[in-house]
Design a protein around this ligand. Structure first.
Ligand code: GUN
Length: 367
């Protein structure tokens, strides 16, 4: 395989509409067409087979190096045979660091530099530092500390980042000056991949208006040659808006999480399986079951079926978004979607307040 240094990610642009863009970036294990999603794979629990996910169009995935490192069995296999062999996928794989686990469960047991080194050792295509998760209810001081400590942690692995793809999360909670500062720090650093972090609570609470502020302030202060990823942002309802504001990549565990709770993803929202009378004709389940049969499946089988439906809904939406950018009708698409949920309408009105800024890029970016 080529030296990792030859494979530092930079965006190659193919089409643009405002800040939205269709592009491609290379990794040591192949390229990714953007906008795109990395489904979250738990190395311990396989809900869908990699083959099935590839048939749906999966080009890349994300898994958690913290989970791998904590399990002696997974750790040994990953160090011996590599991450790609462990997961059973030879395309681009990004690894997360355990930051989210430390946010959910408290402190994690590993340190930043060895967390990154472990990801390099198992041949991750994009490795993530142990950033500090800034939550929406942080005080200004807490959020500022998160931004500064995340910067220190990136600096601590600067030498590694010169030769490998390091993901440098943009933090800063709901404070826009901090988001702008964090975006500039990460853009000027050797990190080649920029996720917007600390937004899962906002996504879960449908606080899309605040997300618009965060995304646009992060994006406009970022190096446009580095892909922007929205951590946890893979709900089909919000993806088109995020792309309109310049997000290139998403990840999602929601296709499984919702499936576990008997919930189904649709382009405009989520429905409980119990409420469904007719399955949509586009669903990959349509030819296999009717709604009644689906409800009567055993728990595990039902979870797998719903996860397949949910991931398919995400890929279907991404295909539509890319097509809209090619035809330069993403604005109209986002506007029509805004009518499907009050929080999306709030977010759309927020986007309009930035339209002057966004239009500047429309002129610059004509095909
Ligand atoms: N997953 C969801 N949010 C985050 C975040 O802010 N940082 C990292 N590393 N992973 C995440």
């Amino acid at each position: 395989m080529k030296d990792l240094a030859d494979e530092k990610i930079t965006m190659e642009l193919l089409h643009r509409e405002g800040l939205a863009r269709i592009g491609r970036f290379q990794t040591p294990h192949g390229y990714v067409d953007t906008p795109n999603i990395m489904p979250v794979i738990n190395p311990n629990i396989r809900t869908l087979s990699i083959e099935k996910m590839k048939r749906m169009g999966m080009q890349c995935l994300i898994t958690n190096s913290y989970i791998i490192r904590r399990s002696p069995e997974l750790r040994e296999k990953a160090l011996k045979d590599g991450l790609h062999s462990l997961v059973g996928f030879d395309g681009p794989i990004m690894t997360d660091s355990g930051t989210f686990q430390s946010y959910v469960y408290g402190d994690v047991e590993f340190k930043n530099r060895d967390t990154v080194q472990f990801q390099i050792d198992i041949k991750s295509d994009i490795s993530t530092i142990l950033d500090i998760f800034s939550t929406p209810d942080n005080t200004y001081e807490e959020a500022e500390n998160a931004v500064n400590e995340t910067k220190n942690r990136l600096m601590e692995v600067q030498d590694i980042a010169e030769h490998a793809n390091i993901s440098g999360p943009i933090q800063g909670s709901i404070y826009m000056d901090l988001r702008r500062k964090s975006a500039r720090i990460m853009s000027d650093s050797p990190a080649s991949y920029l996720p917007i972090g600390g937004v899962v609570p906002l996504l879960e609470q449908y606080r899309y208006g605040e997300l618009v502020d965060i995304i646009i302030n992060s994006k406009l202060n970022s190096d446009f040659s580095k892909p922007i990823h929205l951590f946890g942002g893979g709900h089909p309802m919000f993806m088109s808006m995020a792309v309109l504001l310049g997000v290139d990549m998403f990840d999602s565990a929601s296709y499984v999480k919702y499936a576990k709770d008997d919930r189904m993803l649709f382009p405009e929202g989520t429905r409980d399986l119990s409420e469904i009378v007719e399955l949509p004709i586009w669903s990959p389940l349509y030819d296999k079951y009717n709604a009644r049969e689906l409800k009567s499946l055993g728990k595990e089988e039902r979870k797998e079926a719903l996860a397949e439906h949910n991931l398919f809904a995400i890929y279907m939406e991404l295909g539509e978004i890319r097509e809209r950018i090619r035809e330069q009708t993403l604005w109209q698409y986002v506007e029509s979607k805004a009518r499907s949920h009050p929080s999306l309408m709030v977010a759309f009105k927020k986007i309009l307040t930035y339209s002057g800024k966004i239009e500047r890029y429309t002129e610059l970016y004509r095909k």
